[in-house]
Write a protein that binds this ligand. Structure first.
Ligand code: SOE
Length: 399
């Protein structure tokens, strides 16, 4: 059952047993989150890293040992059925999200699912339906849009919610990487439509869709998209070798976009420009967001993730200017649990905050966000960008 399981050894500390499926890049990031969350935060439920699932027995055993899981299995169905698993954490490619998440929710397990929620709107709809049914039984589901939980992003959202930017006019968002700029970089699963659903669009474009909607509290109503696949064929990847794998001598077709660009109209009337690419040579993980409102602006770049730039247009012209806020004070969200001011957080901390917020929501019996319904809405935006790019027309996002 999904309820917290009291530890036999210490009835005072409520535990939540986690089973995680997948142990590559995201699996490693989530593992460190489950490990560090109870060590830095006072949690109402202490996660126990009970069992790791992976297809290959030897590799899964090695990963379980390295990442700190008590047990390992090769069949996710067994993991989902296990009585000693309360929460299923899905860190697999998108083609298995729907099946695992729905089975887990039906088995009464809470679910954390990596982004994007699914590979299609149809799958995401099924998942959102399963999550809504599970919520009635107190079983919770959340999508892993971790960048929401970077303190500077939370501060940005707060400034907008407090009205410090006034009416939002412009939203500018870029997610820039370069790990496949080399045409000989291997054809990993992230470059295969049947595994990943789409390319830059779903993998990194989904993040900036989520972030801009999260910061502004607004939703994208309409899009006009353009997708580009610059390199149509690549050497096949040998499995399990980092983000892109190592190259084999055989070649295969790239079936996803390399770059995704789109214009967006937000429900409020704000105008958005979005760019997601893995060909921005020299940009490693640059998530750049700028929002301009009638009373001010804010700007963020993940490559300098502890900083938020804020321009307050209500100040006299002689004093106004972008202010560089170091978001490392104990009064900033989540920061008090970590280091003294100025010592900074990194990529992994967003995952820890995600684990903290998820188990806290479960303990408090409230819905964690982003919900599967939020994930479905983002999936609809992704789908609309693809349709728009194919038809060369603006495309509305269905409500
Ligand atoms: C690869 O582009 C990737 O690992 C994404 O899949 C993640 O969501 C992002 O956090 C970093 O880049």
């Amino acid at each position: 059952m999904a309820n917290a399981t009291p530890s036999p050894s210490d009835q005072a500390v409520a535990r939540i047993n986690v089973g995680m499926v997948g142990h590559s890049f995201m699996g490693a990031a989530h593992s460190q989150a489950w490990r560090s969350a109870p060590r830095f935060f006072d949690l109402p439920l202490v996660p126990v890293m009970r069992v790791l699932g992976g297809r290959d027995a030897a590799r899964t055993a090695a990963a379980a040992e390295r990442l700190g899981w008590e047990d390992h299995v090769t069949d996710w169905r067994e993991l989902v059925r296990r009585e000693d698993v309360d929460l299923v954490d899905i860190c697999t490619p998108g083609d298995s999200h729907a099946e695992i998440a729905i089975a887990a929710l039906e088995a009464g397990k809470h679910v954390l699912c990596e982004k994007p929620l699914a590979n299609s709107v149809a799958e995401a709809e099924e998942m959102a339906k399963a999550a809504a049914a599970a919520a009635e039984r107190g079983v919770r589901a959340m999508v892993g849009f971790t960048y929401r939980r970077v303190p500077a992003i939370a501060l940005a959202r707060q400034l907008v919610a407090d009205g410090r930017l006034g009416t939002i006019r412009h939203v500018r968002a870029q997610y820039l990487q370069d790990w496949i700029a080399d045409p000989e970089a291997p054809l990993s699963w992230r470059l295969q439509r049947e595994r990943a659903g789409s390319g830059s669009l779903g993998d990194i474009g989904a993040h900036i869709i989520d972030l801009t909607q999260h910061i502004t509290g607004d939703t994208i109503a309409e899009v006009s998209g353009h997708l580009e696949t610059f390199v149509k064929e690549r050497p096949l990847a040998t499995e399990h070798a980092g983000l892109s794998g190592t190259a084999s001598t055989e070649r295969g077709e790239v079936t996803v976009d390399d770059a995704a660009l789109f214009l967006a109209r937000f429900s409020s009337g704000a105008a958005g420009v979005f760019e997601a690419t893995r060909f921005a040579t020299g940009r490693k993980n640059a998530i750049r967001i700028e929002v301009n409102g009638s009373l001010g602006s804010l700007a963020f770049d993940f490559e300098d993730m502890n900083v938020l730039h804020f321009f307050d247009a209500t100040l006299p012209d002689e004093e106004a200017g972008f202010r560089r806020i170091l978001v490392t004070e104990a009064t900033h969200p989540w920061v008090a649990a970590w280091w003294p001011p100025g010592h900074g957080l990194g990529y992994e901390h967003g995952f820890t905050h995600q684990a903290v917020d998820l188990v806290t929501a479960i303990a408090n019996g409230v819905e964690p966000t982003p919900t599967f319904a939020d994930g479905l809405q983002i999936q609809r935006v992704l789908d609309a960008v693809e349709t728009s790019a194919t038809n060369r027309t603006w495309q509305e996002i269905p409500a």
